[in-house]
Design a protein. Structure first.
Length: 157
């Protein structure tokens, strides 16, 4: 645990973190889509231009994956993270195009101890990703589980 900087107790409601930027290239978008979301507007410039998106664009799942990369690299690797029980919502607000510069921001919305696990606390977080124009391209809400620095005493029967 020597490398852990942040435990559940360090997560405060309202806390905002800027988790850096990432820029997908055309090749990145096509490679991801080829493997995981092979819809024409993610694979081909002409199909993208003919679509409602007006150009080749990243899969929403690729956008989520890029957000996860920033979250892990710039925060979770320094925490006592124990994973996540899931997401409550995902919204792809605007398309992501090749060479967009995406910035991830997270906000802690709620914290609570995990009832059956006195050594674990949970946080509900808002993840927002913005492009270089300040347009929100991704809105996600979900829970994270973190080891507690000071586990709660066991409840007596």
């Amino acid at each position: 645990m020597a490398d852990i900087t942040y435990f559940w107790e360090d997560m405060a409601v309202g806390q905002v973190r800027d988790l850096g930027t990432i820029s997908p290239s055309r090749e990145d978008i096509i490679a991801f889509a080829s493997q995981f979301d092979p819809q024409p507007f993610h694979l081909d410039d002409a199909a993208g231009e003919a679509s409602v998106f007006g150009g080749l664009c990243a899969s929403g799942w690729h956008t989520c994956s890029m957000a996860m990369r920033l979250m892990v690299t710039n925060f979770l690797q320094q925490t006592s993270s124990l994973g996540s029980p899931g997401l409550e919502s995902i919204q792809w607000k605007k398309p992501v195009y090749p060479n967009d510069t995406l910035r991830l921001q997270t906000t802690v919305l709620e914290t609570k101890p995990m009832g059956r696990r006195p050594d674990v606390g949970m946080t509900r977080n808002l993840w927002e990703m913005f492009n270089q124009h300040g347009d929100k391209v991704l809105h996600m809400e979900g829970w994270g589980m973190f080891r507690r620095r000071h586990p709660a005493p066991p409840e007596s029967a």
